[in-house]
Design a protein around this ligand. Structure first.
Ligand code: NAD
Ligand code: DAU
Length: 349
């Protein structure tokens, strides 16, 4: 049985990944380490909480002693690092936690993996690791910065992050790369475009707009609403991560995306139409500072070299997602109580 340490597995993508992996690989054990910040929610995992191949440990990836204890007690083969502060607007308000979690937390995980995976633990310069181990860093297309009207992100582009969030993710990518170059630690980095799907925290565009539409509240569109994002269903992202885990070549970076470029206002109009509401709800608000205009992923490398393809069309994925949020009002209500309501008031009211 292979043991995977998944960090941030109580968040949006991490919880979808944990469930997908338990279902797809009954011979894997998943250890989910999550600090349960405002974005971590164990309700996302209720259906698998008693699975014998699953264990949850509440811990912070910056806590070196705890992370070492977890490695000492378990024969971990793969680390998949989702744990992060993930919301751009919050990073503009309070950048520091983005730097400590996203950069230093990643470095704690790398150090510990290096220590426990070395073949000869007493040899400081040992560059040989246990057979088959891998550290997979879940990164983002935002590390490339913003595109103009044309072009796409390719893996060889220089990193030009624009927000404190994306700068912290880019820094983490560079430290992961350095551990591969300097210590030969087996790593991959994935850079995915915007995800949508079930269990996304409603500070992000799609669940926020669905919730506001449902409750006939204003739909806050930043700037002119013509910024473009390249959308991918979360289960396609999770499957791509599994493919990279199994087949990714050592040290390589893989972009993940499904060629679904949409302007924000198109998304908002689609949601309004699907939910039978009026465009009068749209309220153009002050733009996000440093707002990236356009993202678009060139997925040639992962599709041609590793054979991954998205399963969802955008239309199917969005229809299913809207249905999920309508059917899971209680999940939304529980998430909306507490810390989120004061964040929402501060940002929008
Ligand atoms: P999320 O905010 O929903 O979840 C993040 C999780 O990490 C939460 O469960 C939180 O409790 C946990 N966490 C935060 N700080 C921690 C710490 N110090 N120690 C342990 N756990 C901690 O985020 P998400 O949208 O699921 O994103 C997951 C990862 O995927 C992130 O690394 C993000 O950069 C990346 N990513 C996200 C998208 C997207 O569209 N959402 C796209 C590409 C890449
Ligand atoms: O591209 C991948 C990234 O996608 C991930 O790395 C991030 O973790 C994830 O949060 C996401 O970042 P974005 O900033 O693109 O996502 P967000 O949902 O915050 O915003 C999507 C777009 O919608 C963006 O152009 C800003 C706009 N927006 C967002 C909100 C919350 C609005 O116009 N109004 C809003 O209220």
């Amino acid at each position: 049985m292979k043991t995977i340490l998944v960090t941030g597995g109580a968040g949006f993508i991490g919880s979808n990944f944990v469930k997908l992996m338990l279902n797809k690989h009954p011979d894997y054990k998943i250890i989910n380490v999550d600090a349960l910040t405002y974005a971590g929610n164990l309700e996302n995992l209720v259906d698998i909480k008693d699975n014998k191949n699953y264990e949850f440990i509440k811990a912070d990836i910056r806590d070196r002693a705890k992370i070492e204890e977890i490695f000492a007690e378990n024969d971990i083969m793969f680390v998949v690092n989702f744990a992060a502060e993930s919301h751009v607007d919050r990073s503009i308000e309070e950048p520091e936690v983005f730097l400590t979690t996203n950069i230093l937390g990643t470095q704690v995980l790398l150090d510990t993996a290096k220590k426990y995976w070395k073949i000869n633990p007493t040899d400081k310069y040992c560059k040989k690791y246990k057979e088959g181990v891998k550290f997979l860093q879940v990164s983002t297309d935002e590390v490339y910065g913003a595109l103009g009207d044309t072009g796409m992100f390719v893996e060889t582009m220089p990193l030009k992050p624009n927000s404190p969030y994306s700068a912290s993710k880019a820094s983490a990518d560079l430290i992961v790369r350095a551990y591969n170059e300097t210590f030969c630690l087996p790593v991959n980095i994935t850079r995915c475009s915007n995800n949508y799907g079930p269990y996304q925290f409603p500070e992000k565009l799609i669940p926020l707009m669905i919730n506001n539409c449902t409750n006939e509240k204003d739909l806050p569109v930043y700037g002119d609403g013509m910024q473009i994002r390249d959308w991918l269903h979360v289960s396609d992202h999770c499957n791509a991560i599994d493919v990279v885990l199994q087949k990714g070549k050592d040290g390589e970076v893989y972009n993940i995306g499904g060629n679904n470029e949409k302007a924000n206002i198109e998304i908002v109009n689609l949601l309004i139409k699907s939910l039978g509401k009026s465009t009068d709800l749209i309220k153009y608000v002050k733009d996000r500072p440093g707002h990236d205009r356009r993202y678009a992923i060139d997925n040639t490398k992962i599709t041609t070299e590793l054979g991954w393809e998205p399963a969802y069309t955008f239309e199917e994925g969005m229809a299913e997602t809207i249905e999920w949020y309508i059917a899971n009002k209680e999940w939304m209500e529980n998430v909306l109580s507490g810390e989120y309501s004061s964040y929402y008031e501060k940002m929008y009211l």
